[in-house]
Design a protein around this ligand. Structure first.
Ligand SMILES: Nc1ncnc2c1ncn2[C@@H]1O[C@H](COP(=O)(O)OP(=O)(O)OP(=O)(O)O)[C@@H](O)[C@H]1O
Ligand SMILES: [Mg+2]
Length: 492
């Protein structure tokens, strides 16, 4: 196989990726690509051709990889052989499909190679610049990801959570949907999504202007202290908009996932973002706030208390706020005026306490340990965290507000999984009862406890018993709860 540069043709066992579409386009693109590549120094340093050559023998064979030791055919191995842990034959196939559909016309160098995904530069059929994020198909790094998908209404029918390859697909689709939701809200700049196909996500490329990607906040050269502070406030305003308007908690927000593009902050990397009703959403939000404060602390900004930021984000209404609740600048103005700056001594202690809190949405969710810890003088802190006024957070997504997202579902092609089943992610449009049965078999079974098999019944009862036992461990005793409610009322 002849593998030249990414600007040429790449072959894999099942398919050939024609990076250029048509000869005329080839010449125009070739010229623009040459100049882009000269400017795009990252691509030059990360030219992947040597890697392709190294693994060429593994990904070239159509029939299977023949081991040197015997005649055994390890078809699976060759099928899974990857370049940079990303470009395995299946992924090549998806790239090829995207090329055939005219989404990608040219696939270039690697912008970023992380532990979970690689991001590549590409051109679209109109010559527009694209970023192609390819999730790694290696199994290990996705181990702890289930907790972000578990508990998500949108992924309730995701039966593939124990199959890493399918899990990655769910993951890419999750990022696509989240990007689309943020983008269509119009309140937070992001990398607009273009397409998703299995583990390949295509989005707009945020270009610095000279071919290189716009810098992450971490690498950004601030003009002065004022700019640093301004960006701090902006990030907090965006966290509120993300929560209140887009109904999302980022869950991995840091200086690494914010890009400064044309002097505007862009929020990226939202594959792990969850909706507010996710059981861990408040914990993720608290973690985001901690990360953001830690970064801006290093940058020398006078910080707000983490608890104050938390409340600013989750409170449905802001006392005395007169501006446009979808406008980041109005929110920045409000928070600069209303949120107290953290003092060195008290602020640090309060942040510590805040981080150790078990976050609850209402009194029913309180645990005894919280009560014990905070009745002595610190009760106020706990009370203020109970989000009584934010009942909608307990409900399923606000469909009307998110209509745009529902309109178009993620692209699904029958050939994607080679008959392994349809997309693992259900569209949010689907009726809620779709998750009641997964197969035809189950559908035909009579329902209800009356028709239950003896063993099944026994198992169900045992499970219920166990779960009750678990619940009892953390249950707040009635008299404690009463005392707590009484105290809350008397403090008002
Ligand atoms: N649309 C884009 N335009 C320009 N650069 C981008 C774009 N998307 C991602 N990048 C660059 O690629 C980097 C990695 O992207 P991203 O944060 O989405 O991946 P990741 O999930 O963090 O990968 P990992 O965690 O494995 O490093 C970003 O920090 C950014 O520099
Ligand atoms: Mg990232």
């Amino acid at each position: 196989m002849q593998v030249k540069n990414f600007g040429d043709v790449m072959r894999c066992p099942t398919t050939t990726i024609q990076v250029y579409r048509g000869k005329e386009k080839r010449n125009t693109f070739r010229m623009s690509l040459d100049s882009e590549f000269n400017a795009l120094s990252i691509s030059k340093h990360q030219d992947n051709s040597h890697i392709l050559e190294k693994y060429e023998n593994k990904i070239e064979h159509g029939g299977g990889f023949i081991s040197g030791k015997g005649n055994k055919t390890y078809k699976d191995k060759s099928d899974r052989a990857t370049v940079e842990n990303v470009l395995d034959p299946r992924t090549m196939k998806f790239l090829s499909a995207l090329t055939n559909r005219g989404v990608i016309s040219e696939f270039n160098g690697c912008i970023s190679s992380g532990k979970e995904a690689n991001v590549y530069h590409a051109f679209g059929s109109e010559g527009q610049e694209l970023a192609v994020k390819i999730y790694k198909t290696s199994i290990l790094v996705f181990k702890d990801r289930e907790r972000y998908v578990d508990g998500e209404f949108r992924f309730r029918n995701s039966r593939s959570q124990h199959n890493p390859r399918k899990m990655i697909k769910v993951w890419a689709e999750k990022e696509f949907r989240n990007l689309r939701r943020i983008d269509s809200s119009g309140v937070i700049p992001t990398a607009s999504p273009v397409e998703v196909k299995s583990n390949v996500l295509v989005m707009k490329f945020l270009n610095r202007g000279d071919g290189a990607p716009s810098p992450r906040l971490k690498d950004y050269q601030y003009q002065d202290e004022l700019e640093v502070a301004h960006y701090y406030y902006k990030v907090i305003a965006y966290m509120r908009l993300l929560y209140q308007v887009c109904r999302l908690v980022h869950a991995d927000l840091s200086e690494y996932n914010i890009v400064v593009h044309q002097n505007v902050l862009h929020i990226i990397d939202v594959s792990q973002s969850v909706e507010p009703y996710h059981p861990m959403s408040l914990d993720f939000l608290r973690m985001d706030i901690k990360n953001i404060n830690a970064y801006f602390d290093k940058m020398g900004v006078a910080l707000f208390q983490e608890r104050m930021i938390f409340q600013f984000i989750i409170a449905e209404t802001l006392e005395g706020f007169q501006g446009d609740c979808r406008n980041a600048n109005d929110l920045v103005e409000y928070l600069v005026e209303h949120l107290p700056i953290k003092t060195i001594t008290e602020g640090a202690d309060e942040d510590e306490i805040f981080r150790s809190l078990h976050l609850v949405r209402n009194l029913g969710g309180l645990e005894e340990r919280d009560f014990d810890r905070f009745t002595d003088g610190k009760f106020d802190l706990l009370k203020s965290l109970i989000v009584n006024d934010n009942e909608k957070n307990l409900q399923r997504p606000q469909r009307e507000a998110l209509e745009n997202e529902e309109d178009t579902s993620v692209s699904e092609d029958e050939d994607e999984d080679e008959g392994e089943g349809k997309s693992e992610v259900n569209s949010e449009n689907e009726s809620e009862d779709t998750d009641e049965s997964d197969s035809e078999d189950e559908k035909s079974k009579p329902r209800g406890k009356k028709f239950e098999d003896k063993d099944e019944k026994k198992q169900r009862k045992n499970e219920a018993k166990e779960s009750k036992k678990e619940k009892r461990k953390t249950k707040v005793k009635k008299h404690v709860k009463k005392k707590l409610i009484k105290k809350t009322k008397s403090k008002k």
